[in-house]
Write a protein that binds this ligand. Sequence first.
Ligand code: HEM
Length: 145
Amino acid sequence: MLYNILVHAHSGLRWLLLILLLAAIAVAFSKWRSRDEYAASDNKLYVFAMVLTHIQLLIGLILYFLSPKVDFGMMSEKIYRFYTAEHTVGMLIAIALITVGRVRSRKAANAVDKHRHVFVFYGLGLLVILLSIPWPFRIPGAGWF
Ligand code: HEM
């Protein structure tokens, strides 16, 4: 059913998102420090990483209404509190950071600033994402994929 498909998509896409964010951050750091140009392929990588956070946001919003793990009446229990509040708020902050970083990068006047904004904002976003993912060793019942 739809719920199962969405949970698996949302869960699996985390890996693609983590890889893209790491790639974007690594490219942004090296090109910022070496004062390299802003290539079309950099732009694609930075946009694609942000778009994937927005796809996760869309799937997550739908899951918020479908998931039995989202329940305001059960917030005294760790797992419910995690999905109802912590995961969602953390990811919203991370997605906002990454979106702001992309917009600042797009508007920046020179290549060095474009790469620097991506490095700083995507880096902060990645940290918040890593802290907000339901890793199986932290959240009982969560999966690796
Ligand atoms: C960067 C963004 C996000 C990432 C990487 C992410 C990742 C994940 C992962 C890995 C799971 C666990 C799936 C499993 O147990 O196999 C999950 C579950 C969930 N996520 Fe997200 N998430 C993101 C954003 C969001 C947002 C913005 C929302 C809500 C608006 C959301 C709502 C949920 C819900 C409700 C579940 C529980 C689904 C269930 O097992 O019933 N997520 N997320």
